[in-house]
Design a protein around this ligand. Structure first.
Ligand SMILES: Nc1nc2c(ncn2[C@@H]2O[C@H](COP(=O)(O)OP(=O)(O)O)[C@@H](O)[C@H]2O)c(=O)[nH]1
Ligand SMILES: [Mg+2]
Length: 213
């Protein structure tokens, strides 16, 4: 079982030139403002205040990187905040496009959606960035503690249909009760395995053949 012991903040990036590179997988966490991104990251880290949990959503405009040991989490700026200007929205879209267009920025993405609500047009847009960049993703349905088990199951089915993924690609969670945490860790282990295999392949391909360019 994956063990996370010491998590630390690395840095923030405001634009493409500040995105980091690493020899371990970078896993992005995205979702609309207030969906529970910071709470989810704190749950994974088993810390209360690593990522700021906000009652004033829509203020984070940066990609915040956290070192989790075997992997790096990138907390992406939230979206869907009504009071944001058109320019600000465009800046966000550009940042997402830049981020998801290069797999070196992001090996896998956790896309968070509130289990109580149908995905918004912004959520669908977000997932379309992932499809366009061919970035594998897992949907994290948040706030399971706020609904009945039946409502949660129905929510998961609706989310799968709207985001055009399978229900098996969705993990139901609650940062409040830590429900679903084991499944998230299992998924993380799978992602780390794939990353290790991909690394081996590219090692084989970069043999020193001394050939001219
Ligand atoms: N009941 C419940 N509340 C949650 C859960 N996750 C987040 N919240 C609350 O939702 C609000 C927004 O959470 P936050 O993590 O700041 O969302 P972010 O804007 O996506 O980073 C906060 O008031 C959290 O306490 C959850 O799983 N269950
Ligand atoms: Mg947050």
């Amino acid at each position: 079982m994956l063990k996370i012991t010491d998590v630390s903040f690395i840095t923030s990036a405001a634009n493409k030139s500040q995105f980091i590179r690493a020899d371990k997988p970078i896993i992005a966490v995205c979702g609309k403002s207030n969906v529970g991104k910071s709470s989810f990251i704190n749950m994974l880290a088993n810390r209360k205040k690593l990522a700021r949990v906000s009652k004033d959503p829509g203020r984070t405009r940066l990609v915040n990187y956290f070192d989790f040991g075997p992997f790096i989490l990138a907390d992406l700026p939230g979206y869907g905040f009504a009071k944001v200007s058109k320019e600000e929205k465009q800046r966000w879209a550009r940042l997402m496009e830049d981020f998801f267009s290069d797999r070196a920025n992001c090996f896998h993405t956790f896309s968070l959606v509130d289990v109580r609500h149908r995905p918004t047009a912004d959520d669908v847009n977000m997932v379309n960035f992932l499809y366009a960049g061919i970035i594998p993703f897992t949907v994290i349905a948040t706030k399971a503690d706020k609904v009945s088990r039946m409502a949660a199951m129905n929510g998961v089915r609706t989310i799968a249909a709207d985001l055009k993924c399978g229900t098996a690609d969705i993990i139901l969670t609650s940062s409040q009760t830590r429900y679903g945490l084991e499944k998230v860790f299992e998924r993380l282990e799978g992602i780390l395995e794939v990353f290790a295999q991909t690394g081996e392949e590219s090692d084989m391909n970069t043999s020193e053949d001394g050939s001219e360019e």
